[in-house]
Design a binder for this molecule. Structure first.
Ligand SMILES: NC(=O)C1=CN([C@@H]2O[C@H](COP(=O)(O)OP(=O)(O)OC[C@H]3O[C@@H](n4cnc5c(N)ncnc54)[C@H](O)[C@@H]3O)[C@@H](O)[C@H]2O)C=CC1
Ligand SMILES: O=C(O)CCC(=O)C(=O)O
Length: 528
């Protein structure tokens, strides 16, 4: 079946072409959709690509029953309801690197236009006013630029501002004094930035914690005559507080590329002569648009081809080399989860995943997600995937524990998954045998050696002469061929387990007959 991609905003052809050239991919460009149209057609698509204007809310995501991936051609994902995407198992990818330069350059353009009143002077000239007194500016040299948020763009702005011979002071929760000093800038608390800067530029994402970061209280702490730049997100600045600070002359200029509601046309801030603005142009360069379109489209193609996406937003990111090494364990882990859930008679309450041996040198959370997916998918079906596995487990009040030890437990690598229900605990262990692939090597306290693939019957019985024979005859009577058999027991005449690999699915009626045989405690038919 074709993979259908909907693109709702203008993105560079460089990216679109790559999608269009891929066999079995259908691309629809629909930049004129309103909310209602989008809600009505979204179920037809496997992927959605947006920039910053399309609001991908829960109301869009919930009817998107076929949607698997949302690509954001840019950095900020505040227009996408990530919780709703994660809950619905939809991967979100973005393009975080492609527009860094452009946004940093735009910030510098705004800073310079602001300090020299360029837009206002140009506007006056266009109205035949030759006014040189009104538009006296200030030099940037030796002024202090305060940067709040020293990530990709903030750091690029810092380097450029140093080039303008400005002093730079920055606050970012991840910035250290050492890192700041290596960059030739000063490390400061947010208060220090607010109090000492002549110009303040914000470069954080819009989050709960950064909403109205520059509020009345923040403006009060600033130096009189400060100027403000926002090329990040509307909402980081409280617009009413900024308006008041300009009216009171505390703030003498503001350059805004973004406002809380976009598109913005008739905003009270735009009426103030101290405010200059652009219509969210930070990333609007040929280069940035090509970069982000190519990056996001390539990630969508990687997804289609089963590869590792580079810029996942709601999944841990995996590097290619790491993925190559851990991928065989993904298969084993998911199969262990699928196997184990068949042994549980009640709903799972706790899942404990224990890793032992060399595998513990890797970051294991992606593997744990696969195992949990394997456990949940028997009851939740294809709805569960590695994106929402943790969320769904959480919603079902299943506790997840993970432990690891580099000490080898009989195998160079061993994964043990334990499933606790109200009345039982069952566990299964698996390993990757060098050159031989995945094996289940332990079920509860019994040792086995079974490939986690195909049709398997697990029989728990009492170790008695004749049990195996009766089983074999019953299966033969139903035309079920046994391919391999494994038996282990705790002691002579004690608890025993039998694992039969058979050539076809075993029907319920046959299982019931097996259960009726003497000395049988339980029987499970597992299809992996
Ligand atoms: N105007 C435009 O067209 C564009 C806007 N952007 C926006 O620019 C912003 C920055 O983008 P990037 O630098 O790529 O992101 P980034 O993720 O590389 O950097 C964000 C930084 O903000 C810091 N931060 C988070 N909370 C903070 C807080 N409370 N106080 C101080 N720092 C905090 C983070 O630690 C991080 O270092 C984003 O909001 C993004 O959406 C990005 C590209 C273009
Ligand atoms: O031009 C765009 O799509 C907006 C870019 C942007 O704001 C971002 O990447 O966060």
């Amino acid at each position: 079946m074709a993979f259908r991609i909907l693109i709702t905003e203008s993105i560079s052809n460089e990216g679109i072409q790559r999608l269009q050239e891929t066999p079995n991919v259908i691309v629809e460009l629909r930049s004129n959709l309103d909310f209602k149209d989008l809600t009505a057609i979204i179920h037809q698509f496997d992927a959605l690509i947006v920039r910053s204007q399309t609001q991908v809310t829960r109301e869009i995501i919930e009817p998107a029953t076929n949607l698997k991936i949302i690509g954001r051609a840019g950095v900020g994902v505040d227009n996408i309801d990530l919780d709703a995407a994660t809950e619905n198992g939809i991967l979100v990818v973005n393009a975080p690197n492609g527009n860094t330069n452009s946004a940093a350059e735009h910030t510098m353009a705004m800073l310079m236009a602001l300090s020299r009143n360029i837009p206002q002077a140009y506007h006056a000239l266009k109205q035949n006013k030759w006014d040189r007194k009104q538009y006296i500016g200030v030099e940037l040299k030796d002024k202090t630029l305060g940067i709040i948020g020293l990530g990709r763009i903030g750091a690029e702005v810092a380097y450029r501002a140093r080039g303008q011979r400005m002093n730079v002071i920055a606050y970012d929760p991840f910035l250290t004094k050492e890192k700041a000093s290596k960059m030739g800038i000063e490390y400061g608390s947010i208060q220090a930035v607010l109090q000492s800067a002549d110009f303040i530029t914000v470069h954080t994402p819009l989050l709960k914690e950064t909403k109205h970061l520059l509020n009345r209280d923040a403006f009060e702490r600033m130096k009189p005559g400060v100027q403000i730049i926002n090329c990040a997100r509307g909402g980081i600045i409280d617009e009413d507080a900024l308006y008041e600070a300009i009216i009171s002359k505390k703030v003498v200029g503001a350059a805004l590329d973004v406002l809380e509601e976009e598109p913005f046309l008739q905003h009270k801030l735009l009426e103030l002569p101290e405010v200059i603005a652009t219509p969210h142009l930070g990333a609007s360069t040929i280069e940035a648009q090509e970069n982000v379109a190519v990056d996001v489209c390539q990630d969508i193609l990687r997804y289609i081809h089963g590869g590792v996406v580079r810029n996942p937003v709601n999944l841990p990111s995996l590097d290619k080399e790491f993925y190559r090494k851990i991928e065989p364990y993904f298969h084993l882990g998911e199969k262990l989860g699928e196997f184990l859930i068949y042994l549980a008679d009640e709903s799972p309450e706790e899942i404990t995943i224990s890793y032992a041996g060399d595998i513990t040198s890797y970051e294991l959370s992606p593997l744990s997600r696969k195992i949990i997916k394997g456990i949940l998918k028997r009851h939740l079906g294809t709805h569960v995937n590695e994106i929402n596995a943790l969320y769904l487990a959480n919603r079902k009040d299943i506790q997840i524990h993970e432990s690891k030890t580099s000490t080898k437990k009989g195998f160079s690598n061993l994964i043990t998954v334990e499933l606790k229900t109200k009345s039982t605990k069952r566990n299964v262990s698996g390993t990757l045998l060098n050159g031989l692939g995945a094996r289940i090597v332990k079920i509860d306290h019994f040792s086995v050696d079974v490939t986690p693939k195909g049709h398997i019957i697990v029989i728990h019985h009492t170790d008695q002469p004749g049990v195996i024979g009766k089983m074999g005859s019953l299966l033969a009577n139903h035309d079920i061929n046994i391919a391999t058999m494994q038996v282990d027991r705790s002691d002579i005449g004690g608890d025993a387990i039998m694992m039969l690999k058979v050539d076809k699915h075993v029907e319920e009626v046959v299982l019931n007959k097996l259960m009726m045989l003497e000395d049988i405690h339980y029987v499970r038919a597992i299809d992996l």
